[in-house]
Design a protein around this ligand. Structure first.
Ligand SMILES: [Zn+2]
Length: 344
């Protein structure tokens, strides 16, 4: 039995984290969310160069196709390799056959020059016009007022939204975004927001990441805003994220149905409508959300993007998957060696 769906959309990814699996353990065990940022991710992003970004993006795109995801909304940070980084990601995804929307996560963690370079990379990429994108902000709590205002203004200039982490941890002063948000903004997580937050935009819920970081449950069913699903960098298996979103919602409220989680997954097509031109043929008995929520491990048999077959018989058609995995593994070793030198 097979069923067909459009290409699935991962509405929040960090392709740069594809090489993070197997990374050396942090210098001490993180005790909370900020520790996880400081000891793991903010060391990893400093170890990235354009070569590791390229192989990380290719591996992430390959693994997306493997799970029937043909479109990725990526949020990138590489403080020691900012200029050109978004184009490296866009080119890598194009080579594999995956649609991507890019954003550079602007932050003041690396001083005003770092913030300016991040804004410039968003500006350069969006002005190029070859690919979809947002202006990225890491999060309000790592940005000055000037940087937040500049990012919002840059988004208006390019007529795009802003892609930003919001209230993932309890410490985020997300209120500083309130004057700027608009319907085309992508608001990631929203775990610690009150119900009457007043922010405009689409929330992206990443249940696996939220559990992994022990930040709490976002209770996305309470938001009046549209809700989409993303992985926050832990692969791009969107049927799996749909199942997790369902069961996490169910854990909080037993009257929840899989239709709600499917609606969240479907919001991805409002964000990247081009994925509706893609087709995934799944080895599954039914495309009813109730059936899919309980059919674990469903795999695509064939993936077509704009009518072109990009995945079939367990292999990509445009690229050599084994070569990508081998080169990505080499790049990961190089990055792990560099990481050992980076202090938190
Ligand atoms: Zn994220």
């Amino acid at each position: 039995m097979t069923v067909a769906t459009p290409g699935l959309v991962c509405a929040h990814h960090h392709l740069y984290s594809s090489l993070a699996r197997g990374m050396p353990a942090p210098p001490r065990t993180p005790a909370g969310f900020i520790d996880i940022l400081e000891l793991v991710w903010w060391r990893l992003d400093r170890a990235l160069d354009l070569e590791t970004i390229e192989w990380s993006a290719k591996l992430g795109a390959l693994e997306a196709l493997e799970r029937g995801s043909t479109a990725i909304i990526d949020h990138h940070e590489s403080p020691n390799a900012i200029e050109g980084s978004l184009s490296v990601i866009a080119d890598a995804c194009e080579e594999v056959g995956v649609r991507v929307s890019c954003a550079y996560g602007v932050t003041d963690r690396h001083g005003p020059d770092g913030a300016a370079a991040g804004l410039a990379e968003n500006d350069r990429f969006l002005a190029d016009g070859a690919n979809e994108g947002y202006v990225g902000i890491h999060a309000a709590f790592t940005c000055s007022d000037e940087t937040l205002a500049a990012a919002a203004e840059l988004a208006r200039k390019h007529n795009v939204g802003v892609h930003v982490h919001v209230a993932e941890g309890a410490n985020d002063d997300w209120q500083r975004l309130a004057d700027y948000t608009d319907d085309d903004w992508l608001l990631i997580h929203g775990v610690h927001l009150p119900d009457d937050h007043g922010l405009r935009g689409t929330f992206v819920h990443s249940p696996r990441s939220n559990m992994n970081n022990s930040v709490g449950y976002a209770r996305p069913a309470r938001f009046e805003n549209p809700v989409a699903l993303g992985t926050d960098g832990i692969g791009a298996d969107m049927l799996e994220e749909f199942r997790l979103a369902y069961v996490a919602a169910r854990a909080a409220d037993v009257t929840t149905t899989p239709d709600l989680a499917w609606q969240w997954l479907s919001t991805g097509w409002d964000l990247m409508p081009a994925a509706l031109n893609d087709q995934v043929v799944w080895a599954a008995e039914s495309d009813d959300p109730w059936a899919l929520a309980f059919t674990t491990g469903t795999s695509p048999l064939e993936v077509c993007v704009d009518g072109e077959t990009v995945w079939e018989d367990g292999l990509p058609t445009l690229v050599d998957g084994d070569e990508i995995r081998a080169k990505a593994a080499e790049a990961a070793q190089k990055m792990f060696a560099k990481l050992q030198e980076i202090e938190p």
